[in-house]
Ligand binder design. Structure first.
Ligand SMILES: O=P(O)(O)OC[C@H]1O[C@](O)(COP(=O)(O)O)[C@@H](O)[C@@H]1O
Ligand SMILES: [Mg+2]
Ligand SMILES: [Mg+2]
Length: 340
């Protein structure tokens, strides 16, 4: 693969993708500025409270709000018509000239801000519909024209899809631009899973049984040992899966407000699902493809399972065939390590 820049890649797109290309170009500028802000700020400034709660009830930090301002400004510069983000209550009409709707999670992985763990920005690009701005974001994920995320990690990187596969670009401070790094292809099998295991007691039996079976390793039904990773930054977990495979789960659970997990459909699950599918993986809410779900509200949550296609399909069977679980009920007496 010959090294290419993000600009060259964007310039090679067909003219009808022009407004999408302009949007990505503008977002890349905002990401470089956000990266610089992160690099310059002390941990206490970055994580300091902005003083309010967002639409989902999360405490907003300084960086959540400043990233939102940077990406909103980038949307305006690109002529985006409709904008929504995790940090604002309702979608807004920017009166832009292009028929583009942009949904953004300006700062993903907020709980990691002051620990110097990778965080990022996730975006979803949709066709803007006539009428109220909110309507543009209630289209199912297969309508996305493009999706991506920036990750502020050891490298500033962009995972991007415009529908013809997924590409990863890494920012070169020397060249002042993003350079293509890898075209990820997610293996369909894996022996690495990612889940917040502290919620074990809140999960339903299908998720517990799946994790139990992984933990039993070579002597269990999977007949192989599994490794576990959980970064608690969706962008970082997704990036790892793009690079070396694996499967990620944030299921619904019995905690108050967590019936549909924690992640938001419009600006987290949908763009990640498109990026993952375009890299050869799959993404579901446990059983149904994320990209086939029709959002009913801007900030709605969804359970999210994504990564290696065969593993995601296996997890769907744990969810969809209670008889499998019922048939295994004698095992529930010794469910595994997390019960010890
Ligand atoms: O702390 P938990 O419950 O494990 O949740 C971690 C998840 O929450 C998130 O931080 C939610 O995103 P925000 O930081 O944008 O609210 C994801 O990045 C991550 O996967
Ligand atoms: Mg997020
Ligand atoms: Mg966020």
């Amino acid at each position: 693969m010959s090294a290419s820049t993000l600009d060259a890649y964007l310039n090679s797109q067909s003219p009808d993708l022009g407004p999408v290309v302009e949007t990505v170009r503008s977002l890349a500028g905002a990401a470089a500025a956000t990266r610089a802000l992160i690099a310059q700020s002390s941990a206490s400034v970055m994580s300091s409270a902005a003083g309010s709660l967002n639409a989902d009830g999360d405490f907003q930090r300084f960086l959540d709000v400043s990233a939102d301002e940077a990406f909103l400004a980038a949307a305006r510069r690109a002529g985006v018509r409709h904008y929504c983000s995790e940090e604002i209550d309702s979608a807004v009409d920017l009166n832009g000239t292009s028929a583009i709707a942009l949904a953004v999670d300006p700062l993903d992985g907020s709980s990691n801000i002051d620990t110097n763990v990778s965080i990022g920005t996730i975006f979803s690009i949709l066709p803007a519909l006539a009428g109220e701005p909110a309507g543009s974001f209630l289209q199912f994920g297969r309508r996305q024209l493009g999706a991506g995320f920036f990750i502020y990690g050891p490298q500033l990187a962009l995972a991007l899809t415009l529908g013809g596969g997924t590409r990863i670009f890494v920012h070169s401070p020397r060249l002042g631009t993003f350079v293509e790094s890898v075209r990820p292809s997610i293996a369909e099998k894996t022996d690495e899973f990612a889940i917040n295991a502290s919620n074990y007691r809140h999960w339903d039996d299908s998720v517990r049984l799946y994790v139990d079976d992984c933990l039993k390793g070579t002597t269990g039904p999977r007949e192989k040992d599994f490794n576990m990773r959980w970064i608690a930054s969706l962008v970082a977990d997704a990036y790892r899966i793009l690079i070396r495979g694996g499967v990620f789960l944030y299921p619904g659970d019995s905690r108050r407000g967590y019936a549909n997990g924690r992640l938001r459909l419009v600006y987290e699950a949908n763009p990640i699902a498109m990026i993952i599918e375009q890299a050869g993986g799959s993404a579901t809410d446990g059983t149904t493809a994320i990209l086939d779900l029709v959002p009913t509200s801007l900030h709605q949550r969804t359970p999210l399972v994504f990564g290696a296609a065969r593993e995601v399909a296996r997890i769907a069977r744990y969810h969809a065939e209670p008889s499998v679980i019922a048939g295994r009920s004698p095992l529930f007496g010794h469910r595994g390590l997390f019960r010890a």
